[in-house]
Design a protein around this ligand. Structure first.
Ligand SMILES: [Zn+2]
Length: 176
């Protein structure tokens, strides 16, 4: 038998940050591959400008970059739409390049509103377009821009498999 000793006098039960919207920035980034084999980033975010939770780190936030849909999905093998990456680019105003005109900018892309009505922009409804050449959106993006990126995050609390609560970033929001 082995006797183990541990000094837990300074131990404090971890409690997650409150469910709220926080200023935050990317404090670490790791490139990897998801279980489904898709390229992804694993981000750590640090909460900023908050009296109680400023400096708190939220880790293991994953952003899929590209790949194909799994065999269990509706369209196996079809390219995935990287929604979270798109939200990240727009919320943090990261530079991206249009595949058609090769213009690099961090401007928001255009959403087509059709050709009916006063505010219609004449582009196919619900489709995304380059703000420069108006071509259908085909973007390329360099993940070197991600470390240090800033935006706001809608942070929630979830229960982990171990029964302990942890923070999860449910949505990236623009900083202003
Ligand atoms: Zn373009």
């Amino acid at each position: 038998m082995a006797r183990l000793t541990a000094d837990l006098a300074d131990y404090e039960e971890f409690s997650p940050a409150d469910k709220a919207v926080y200023d935050m920035h990317v404090s670490a980034m790791e490139r990897g591959t998801s279980k489904a084999g898709n390229a992804m980033l694993t981000l750590s975010w640090k909460l900023d400008n908050h009296e109680q939770f400023g400096g708190r780190e939220i880790r293991f936030d994953t952003v899929v970059l590209s790949g194909v849909q799994s065999d269990k999905s509706k369209n196996p093998g079809a390219p995935i739409v990287p929604f979270r990456l798109m939200d990240l680019i727009q919320a943090c105003k990261l530079p991206w390049m249009c595949g058609a005109c090769e213009e690099e900018s961090s401007r928001p892309w255009l959403v087509g509103t059709g050709s009916e009505g006063d505010k219609a922009n004449g582009l196919p409804k619900g489709k995304l377009h380059c703000p420069d050449c108006q071509a259908g959106l085909k973007l390329s993006f360099d993940d070197d821009h991600v470390p240090g990126a800033r935006c706001k995050g809608a942070v929630d609390i979830e229960e982990g498999k171990n029964g302990k609560n942890f923070n999860k970033i449910v949505k990236y929001l623009p900083a202003d």
